[in-house]
Design a protein around this ligand. Structure first.
Ligand SMILES: C=Cc1c2[nH]c(c1C)Cc1[nH]c(c(CCC(=O)O)c1C)Cc1[nH]c(c(C)c1CCC(=O)O)Cc1[nH]c(c(C)c1C=C)C2
Length: 743
């Protein structure tokens, strides 16, 4: 008998909708067609901050975007690869809106390249190199900055996190940092986070640059060393084989950003239409949630109580609301710390003013827009030249359009919350007159006050996230976090992150919770599975007399000699070994030896071994991470999910390791300490010896031994059907049910 497992999603913004979308696809692939998905949105519309207003005909049907309007085709500052970018393109294709809606902007076009700043009461173009050499806004030639950074003291492995300002001052020194911070990074950070360089985290916002410094000792040195690796980036994502970068390389090389012809909200509308066509999804508008209660019972279920006192029982909750809103639902004292950690992510208020002018050419030059450094003391953060950006779609329309952004981290200081619309417009008109020499009155305008619109990843954000995940694990909460509060604020990041999170959801356990199993008549079957044993109330007896006996006497010993970045090793671990782990772990000991074709050299001066790996320094580092994890987490249940995760995801090793540690129960601080210690070095050396002592010597990786033996036959069978191989080698009289199916 089977009741329907149910997943609840709270929040009907882009994160909630794409979570429902990817979940529906996962359900269709899996064998749980009865799984129900409930999506709760408190307002009467879906889409969150993504909102497109279509103006009347008398305004030439211009569109006003009240939130995001362009999407990235390049990696951006925090993303480490192009997968999130490709993923959104795939989504547009899957929803059949790519061909009619996708409007890319060429990298060479003025409306992308020309990014201006308001400097010394003038608009200057950062793309105009002569300006930089002419001493604006950088006082010295750029090569001075680069050389200083390259030779400045290495901060390797010393800094946990710091503000963007302190990072730049540490790397470039006082003489050079001032220009970079005041006139480049201050406006840039305003133009993405509406935040301040004195608050935001270098580690979270400039992930790539921060990691390069931590790894290679300097940003420039790191960039030089990793230039070669970039060529290998055109790969397929390990979890999602539809994300083949090669399919899109021409497009990514040519274009920089894109917008959707009818505005970004078309993506929301099409998603809703698709979700409404599915029978197992219910989209619930106007549903304010009063309470979410987690029950720590056998089923670990959740109760959602709405304002209208309706109750919903669900098995898993996907939170697609901002972190501070989720925090409110944890009103039980028990979750006080989790509530506090969620509340530690600050959000800033924005005022977005769209303006339509009658005249066609109101812009000083064709550009993306301009940003205003804090030193210039303006009430505005920046101005977007929408007509330049949407040139292709709006070429036959009259007039011109721009958007003014206000608020962010300076919202309270400038008392913008107290301004009436008239006062805001007065400020805007004055500033545009001063900055753009724009004296015209707009034909039409629209003011949006976006409360707590953009999360600011302040210093310690990544550590805070670690704590949040550790608490969710400690309380054993069936909870998934998606949305821009956590791991990226761009639309691409939010969509891709939701897809990853859904991929990691284990629907099987949800299904099992809903199976009502009757105890079979024959006692021979009582210990076949945990669920049957539970139904027969003989768990303890099975553990003592059947399952442990299997464990002690007849277990098959499987050893995998591998290297972490080798594609064949990764393929083997993420398919054959992972399936084996998931189904027949109680008859096999799985041992990992992460070394493979590496070589070692003893350095008497340091009394340490130096390792050289087939796939370079990155691989040596990942081998070492695996080595340390295997040492501190010796049980398969402890290290296998981490190893599987790391071997599944491509990208910067440290970032992936942190991400995977968060998802499993690994304390990454402990592992980092080990990788930098003599202990880590000794453990890696032990694996080198173990690999070098193999009889016969290994000739390739992964190299498999079964009960200490390697033959071509064992290798071939292992690569083809590892479960079958282990089941056949198992000598116990009570093979698990999965083997019976296999034999
Ligand atoms: C003036 C304020 C803002 C402007 N846009 C935003 C704010 C707060 C919001 C915003 N802009 C970007 C993102 C991230 C998108 C993503 O990663 O997918 C967000 C949330 C993109 C962006 N905008 C600028 C830059 C350099 C970037 C990074 C990626 C890219 O190159 O597209 C610069 C910029 N933003 C604004 C202006 C006027 C401006 C430059 C002239 C407005």
């Amino acid at each position: 008998m089977q009741k329907s497992p149910t997943i609840g999603i709270v929040g009907g913004g882009i994160a909630g909708l794409v979570s429902a979308y990817y979940l529906s696809q996962k359900v269709a692939r899996s064998k749980i067609p009865h799984l129900r998905i409930l999506l709760f949105e408190r307002s009467s519309r879906f889409g969150g901050w993504i909102q497109t207003e279509q103006l009347e005909k008398k305004y030439d049907s211009h569109i006003f975007e009240h939130g995001p309007r362009t999407l990235r085709l390049h990696t951006g500052f925090s993303s480490l690869d192009n997968h999130s970018t490709i993923n959104t393109l795939k989504l547009l294709e899957q929803l059949n809106i790519f061909n009619e809606q996708f409007c890319p902007i060429e990298k060479t076009s003025a409306s992308f390249k020309n990014r201006l700043i308001y400097y010394n009461k003038k608009l200057i173009n950062l793309n105009d190199l002569s300006l930089i050499f002419g001493g604006k806004p950088l006082r010295y030639p750029p090569i001075f900055y680069i050389l200083y950074e390259y030779f400045s003291e290495k901060g390797r492995f010393t800094v946990q996190d710091e503000t963007i300002k302190s990072f730049i001052y540490r790397r470039f020194g006082h003489i050079f940092a001032e220009d970079i911070v005041e006139y480049l990074l201050d406006p840039l950070i305003k133009g993405i986070y509406a935040g301040s360089v004195t608050d935001l985290s270098a580690r979270s916002v400039f992930k790539k640059l921060f990691n390069l410094e931590q790894r290679y000792g300097s940003i420039t040195g790191g960039l030089l060393k990793t230039r070669k690796d970039k060529q290998n980036e055109n790969s397929i994502h390990f979890l999602f084989d539809d994300l083949n970068l090669n399919d899109y390389s021409t497009l990514l090389n040519k274009y920089s950003i894109y917008y959707l012809h009818d505005g970004l909200e078309i993506l929301i509308k099409i998603l809703i239409k698709y979700l409404q066509s599915l029978s197992n999804i219910e989209l619930k508008f106007n549903q304010t949630i009063k309470k979410i209660q987690f029950f720590h019972n056998e089923k670990n279920s959740i109760e959602i109580l709405t304002q209208s006192n309706e109750k919903y029982h669900i098995d898993h909750l996907i939170s697609a609301i901002p972190s501070y809103e989720l925090a409110n639902y944890f009103d039980n004292k028990q979750y006080e710390i989790l509530q506090k950690q969620l509340n530690q992510i600050p959000f800033v208020n924005m005022i977005v003013i769209n303006l339509l002018y009658e005249k066609k050419d109101i812009f000083p030059l064709e550009a993306f827009g301009y940003l205003i450094p804090s030193r210039e003391q303006s009430h505005l953060l920046g101005v977007l030249f929408d007509s330049c950006i949407r040139q292709k779609s709006d070429k036959n329309k009259h007039g011109s359009q721009l958007t003014v952004m206000m608020g962010g981290a300076w919202f309270d200081q400038l008392r913008l919350g107290q301004c009436t619309d008239e006062q805001l417009m007065h400020i805007v008109m004055n500033e545009l007159k001063k900055q753009m020499d724009l004296n015209e009155k707009p034909l039409f305008y629209s003011i949006s006050r976006l409360n707590k619109a953009i999360p600011n990843y302040i210093v310690g954000h990544d550590d805070n996230l670690d704590d949040i995940y550790a608490l969710i694990r400690r309380y054993n909460l069936p909870l998934t976090l998606v949305g821009n509060s956590y791991r990226g604020i761009g639309v691409n990041d939010v969509i891709f992150d939701a897809r990853l999170e859904i991929e990691y959801l284990n629907l099987e356990t949800m299904k099992r919770k809903h199976l009502t199993i009757d105890c079979p008549n024959s006692p021979l079957k009582w210990c076949e599975t945990k669920e049957i044993a539970q139904a027969c109330d003989v768990i303890e007896q099975c553990e003592t007399f059947v399952w442990t006996t299997r464990m002690e006497t007849n277990r098959v010993n499987l050893s995998i000699y591998y290297e972490t970045l080798c594609p064949d090793s990764r393929q083997f671990i993420t398919t054959q070994v992972w399936n084996t782990y998931q189904s027949i772990l109680d008859i096999v000991n799985i041992t990992f030896i992460p070394y493979g074709n590496a070589r070692e050299l003893y350095r008497p001066e340091t009394k340490l071994y130096q390792f050289y790996c087939q796939h370079g320094a990155e691989e040596c580092y990942e081998n070492l991470i695996h080595t340390c994890v295997l040492n501190f987490y010796p049980k398969s249940e402890q290290h296998m999910p981490f190893i599987y995760c790391m071997e599944s995801i491509e990208g910067n090793v440290e970032t992936v390791a942190i991400q995977c540690a968060q998802k499993s129960t690994i304390d990454f601080d402990q592992i980092t300490a080990c990788t930098h210690s003599r202990l880590g070095n000794q453990l890696q050396h032990a694996y080198a010896i173990q690999t070098e002592n193999l009889q016969p010597s290994h000739q390739y990786v992964p190299w498999i031994t079964l009960n200490g033996e390697h033959t071509d036959d064992i290798q071939k069978q292992a690569e083809k059907d590892l479960i079958g191989l282990i089941c056949n080698s198992y000598k116990g009289s009570d093979p698990p049910v999965q083997c019976k199916r296999n034999l």
